[in-house]
Design a protein around this ligand. Structure first.
Ligand code: ADP
Ligand code: MG
Ligand code: MG
Length: 910
């Protein structure tokens, strides 16, 4: 037993301005314990206590209870003695008792871990001593009642047995309240509290078969073991798996002298923040309750009051309370206990300056003495995150690199979409919940069909699911709601690209296209009814909710400027329209990494020509239809090149299977037949002929261009002509023509030849030239393997990680909804590989492709254009792979810029 011979202690004391540990020891002491130690050491008044390290938890799991308690015993006893010395009280003493709290604390805060037990050390004798010593019977018996309840629930497992059950202790209290005809806990008499203690203990005996432990030491060890066990509770295991936290981290246990906020009118407890967690404003704020114990503030038994006078005044304004009434009945701590407030203010200042970040603190006032019970870096909104980082930078508390590293890139998303007015959202009636597929806020009238998205001024396109045919309607709608599909469904991906609010996979919705109704829980909604979507929470709300434009505050712009100082990998955008291109450019995109040309064919005036092209039986017929499309494509490219004047624009040649373009409804098939002067059955036959068993593996990508070279010719001509036309106007276009879905070198060479020959023809016609590149997407695993060969001909590579992921895993993205959610739930996969790049597996293909490509062509330009290009951890991977750029949807450009700068900073500091 090697561990037992190890004489290092597992017990770290703190209190009385000293500590064995410090804030850097989070892995050993957990977040709470490390900060309690640090606070104590820098002279903040923390109730004395000790932390049992996470190692002990791991050892407990390996060696079992007996072995671990044996080597903890002596140190814990000494540490309790230390508390006794500082507090002048004795654990288990009947006259002058020390009570303690037992608090869990892993290195990261984890929901589902054990709750805290307060007032531990009480029994039938000790409670009398506590009452006598404080002269406060009520306080003593209320503390005892709370202790049995908490210990019973947390340590002895006295929880409700099923979801419909109520808490066994609450049940007893409710009974007594009924009998006594009272409503509130505070109305219990001392005798009531004594009766409750008796009944609680009785209930424990009945349910567990054992007496409630009266020996304080037995209580303490029971609580410590319960904390250890909570590390392997179902909820904790699930949470760990989800976040990829290893099982051997373990949790620490914090044991601490109780301080009492519930000792009377000169006592209280509260929570405070050094800055505003919602806006980031540099104002101290928080809430408190007089005569209350820790958990009361959060539990909402009584309505807490504001700590500062300013906060109290702001609150009164919202609550419509008169100033005189406020000052008298809802005074701030600042007004009620000025000296306590002054001290608290000093500590919050000291702690923020010490940690160089916004702090979230807990405090308790016991009979006119202030104690701090916890501090940690406070959670905050995206807006607050940006403001606080930039303010701290200006204050000189952190440097530029640190300010950038403080940004959680994904949270910037909140700043980039319109949001609901928080006041209005409070009154909202939520009818159902879906996946928060694309953030933002949308209010509109229900329509069920994409081609009716213009039926009202503001519409919510409500569909079972969407398809590429719905694109235009999606663009016109204010928001998109689907009953099926996940976070990577068509609706979700397209909506995010558009920066449009979307909720997907709302399973509770029953959509009836025929009757044009939406039913949720027996309530029917009709076309034209108003609903609202909160794309950030997935809440579907009945009726209208007011929205406000996001304010891109000055700090946000400053932050963006700062990224340029550090990022060496550029950020481009995926954009199919001049509007998107401009939006992305405003967000700082340095070019376009992907323009999907097929989207251009879905618009009403073009889809017809496109369908004619597809239905044509001869090359001549196809060429004729393509000729109709040429001017429209050219116009599209002119718009985009103009928007991106001077910046590179990557254009992907036609990619999707042709089946997606042909009509599937009888009425539209008829229309097409009439237009083309052919029979309906001819149209039907063609549609049937285009049907494929595996369209994603079928006739698509460069297989189209290689079987119908005239399509590649037309697209190339449109690109080059557009660039030359703009050149005359002094606009600089830098086209990078991209061949999709290449798997063999010859596939690429064929296409490249057509592109170059066509370009040369156009140059001759114009008697002028422009610079352009021809490259390929690497999205078929074979292409990554053959990268050195392909690079002999290609000017650039762009990793299309959506298809690459699909093909590397062998998962069809459109069908993954059937198993991916279950895989994630079971932990077979920890993250959705379509959202977060699978660095381990797919990442190897990217690395290999890049290395092999550059072995042939050392300065080969390499980028990424999948959805992953805007996902922070994937962006970091791209940086470390040596990519020249990442490309993402316009609304993720700022996120990718921060992620890119962070990757450079992190790599530089290694
Ligand atoms: P959580 O992580 O859920 O906040 P805590 O361990 O911080 O759990 O404790 C819950 C509540 O009990 C907090 O309000 C805290 O301030 C209070 N509390 C914990 N220990 C003590 C103590 N020794 N004396 C007084 N209050 C305490
Ligand atoms: Mg806490
Ligand atoms: Mg692809």
């Amino acid at each position: 037993m090697e561990v037992l011979e190890d004489i290092r202690t597992r017990v770290y004391r703190f209190g009385n301005k000293t500590a064995d540990g410090n804030s850097t020891m989070k892995n050993l002491l957990g977040g709470k314990g490390a900060n309690l130690a640090e606070m104590s050491a820098i002279g903040i008044p923390v109730p004395p206590g000790f932390t049992i390290s996470t190692e002990a938890c791991t050892e407990y799991n390996e060696l079992g209870e007996e072995a671990v308690l044996a080597f903890l015993k002596e140190d814990v006893e000494k540490a309790i003695e230390n508390i006794e010395d500082i507090m002048g009280t004795t654990f288990g003493d009947n006259e002058n008792p020390l009570l303690i709290s037992v608090r869990s604390g892993a290195r990261v805060s984890m929901p589902g871990m054990m709750d805290t037990v307060l007032n531990l050390g009480l029994n039938d004798e000790v409670v009398k001593g506590l009452a006598a010593k404080t002269g406060n019977d009520r306080f003593a018996w209320d503390s005892y009642r709370r202790f049995i309840q908490m210990y019973g629930g947390v340590v002895l497992g006295m929880k409700p047995e099923s979801k419909d059950d109520i808490d066994p202790f609450e049940e007893i209290m409710e009974h007594l309240k009924e009998k006594r005809e009272i409503q509130l806990d505070t109305q219990f008499t001392v005798q009531d509290l004594k009766d409750l203690v008796y009944d609680f203990k009785d209930a424990v005996k009945k349910r567990t078969g054992h007496d409630f432990p009266s020996d304080p030491w037995q209580q303490l060890w029971g609580a410590v073991i319960a904390v250890f066990n909570s590390w392997n509770g179902n909820r904790a295991i699930y949470y760990r798996k989800m976040n990829g936290y290893p099982a051997d981290w373990g949790t620490a246990v914090n044991v601490q002298a109780m301080v009492y906020g519930n000792m009377g009118e000169n006592s209280g407890t509260g929570v405070c923040f050094t800055r505003d967690a919602g806006t980031g404003e540099n104002v101290f704020n928080g809430e408190y309750l007089i005569n209350a114990q820790g958990e009361d503030v959060v539990a909402g038994v009584r309505t807490p009051q504001q700590i500062t006078k300013l906060g109290s005044e702001r609150w009164a304004e919202l609550a419509k309370v008169e100033e005189t009434d406020r000052a008298e009945n809802y005074p701030s701590l600042e007004e009620l206990m000025p000296s306590m407030y002054k001290e608290l203010f000093e500590y919050q200042n000291k702690l923020e300056n010490h940690y160089h970040d916004m702090q979230d603190m807990e405090f308790t006032i016991q009979d006119g003495k202030l104690w701090i019970l916890q501090t940690r870096n406070g959670k905050r909104t995206g807006a607050a995150m940006v403001k606080i980082a930039m303010d701290l930078l200006k204050q000189g508390l952190i440097d530029e690199k640190e300010a950038l590293l403080r940004i959680e890139p994904n949270k910037l998303d909140e700043l980039l979409h319109p949001v609901f007015d928080p006041k209005a959202i409070k009154r909202a009636h939520i009818i159902a919940q879906g996946l928060p597929a694309s953030p933002g806020a949308a209010t509109g009238q229900i329509v069920f069909f994409a081609d009716e998205a213009k039926k009202f001024r503001n519409t919510i396109l409500t569909r079972i699911e969407t398809s590429p045919e719905d694109l235009e309607g999606m663009n016109l709608a204010k928001g998109i709601l689907t009953a099926r599909g996940g976070m990577t469904s068509h609706a979700a991906v397209v909506a995010r690209g558009m920066g449009k609010c979307c909720i997907s996979g709302a399973g509770a919705l029953k959509i009836d296209y025929k009757n044009r109704t939406l039913t949720v829980d027996d309530k029917e909604y009709h076309e034209g009814d108003w609903i609202s979507l909160n794309g950030s929470t997935g809440n579907i709300i009945e009726g209208k909710v007011a929205t406000i434009e996001p304010t891109l505050s000055g700090e946000f712009a400053e932050l963006m400027k700062l990224t340029d100082k550090f990022s060496t990998m550029e950020v481009r955008t995926n954009a199919d329209t001049p509007k998107d291109a401009k939006a992305a450019r405003n967000f700082g995109a340095k070019g376009i990494g992907l323009t999907r040309t097929e989207h251009m064919f879905f618009e009403v005036d073009r889809i017809k020509a496109m369908r004619e092209m597809i239905l044509a039986d001869t090359v001549k017929g196809r060429k004729q239809a393509l000729e109709e499309l040429l001017p429209m494509q050219r116009e599209d490219f002119e718009g985009i090149f103009e928007a991106m004047d001077g910046l590179p624009v990557t254009i992907r040649l036609l990619d999707p299977p042709l089946h997606e373009f042909v009509p599937h409804q009888l009425a539209t098939q008829k229309e097409l037949a009439d237009d083309m002067h052919i029979s309906l059955s001819a149209v039907k036959n063609k549609v049937a002929e285009l049907h494929e068993f595996n369209p994603m593996l079928g006739h698509r990508g460069c297989r189209l261009g290689n079987t119908y070279p005239e399509i590649t010719e037309m697209q190339t001509r449109a690109i080059i002509e557009a660039a030359l036309n703009l050149k005359e106007k002094g606009i600089v276009s830098k086209p990078e023509i991209m061949v999709p879905l290449v798997g063999t070198m010859n596939e690429f060479i064929e296409q490249e030849t057509i592109i170059r020959e066509t370009a040369n023809k156009v140059f001759e016609e114009y008697n002028d030239t422009i610079e352009y590149l021809v490259g390929t997407m690497i999205e078929i695993p074979r292409a990554a393997l053959m990268a050195d060969k392909i690079a002999e001909y290609a000017d650039f590579f762009s990793f299309g990680t959506n298809d690459l992921t699909q093909l590397a895993f062998g998962y069809s993205r459109d069908d993954a909804g059937k198993f991916l959610p279950i895989y994630l739930e079971k932990g077979i996969l920890t993250v959705d590989p379509f959202e977060v790049l699978d660095q381990e597996g797919v990442g190897q293909l990217i690395k290999m492709g890049t290395e092999r490509g550059r072995s042939t062509k050392p300065n080969l330009k390499v980028g990424i254009c999948g959805e992953h290009g805007g996902e922070p951890s994937s962006v970091e991977f791209c940086y470390n792979t040596g990519m020249n750029y990442v490309s993402c949807s316009p609304f993720r450009v700022p996120i990718a810029r921060v992620a890119s700068a962070q990757a450079a900073i992190k790599a530089g500091s290694k």
